[in-house]
Design a binder for this molecule. Sequence first.
Ligand code: FEO
Length: 180
Amino acid sequence: MNDRRISDNMEQLLNKQMTREAYQAQVYLSYGSWAEVNSFGGIATFLYKHSNEEREHMFKFLKYINDRGGSATIEAIAAAPVNPKNIGECLNAILQHEIDNSKEIDKIVNLAHEEKDWATFSFGQWFVKEQIEEESLIKDVIDKYNLASTATSQNHNLYDMDKDLASASQEGTLPREESL
Ligand code: FEO
């Protein structure tokens, strides 16, 4: 019995995204290490936790590809980007990585729609939602950073922000979940 339930094109795209999620994990890991070395332990904790989330995303792709009769292929992961110069640059770079990642997820959903592959379409929806949350989460952190770095007692505020991020949630809130 042929239990293959995804097309060759879809298998290729899903594998590419699996590797990309592993790359996302590398980015967070690398920036987390940079933050730790530069004495921002709270920001480092936040970034390390998120690196683990990205690795979970990578694993979701692996499982899905295999469950649908395809074959997950573990490939080389691109090197993490160069270290940022400051926290602002670090956070903005992360946001850009997430926006780029959202566009890659859209490609999967688009192909699933085109192929009428509703299982992958449904699988992809989880990531569409996740990307909305992640972009929103990082934007919130950038807003906090902008507040802290422009206040008069700058160092004190940065210290508070750093403490805050050590216990910050990894979840954003979707617009449809908002209530007054
Ligand atoms: Fe798995 Fe933040 O993208």
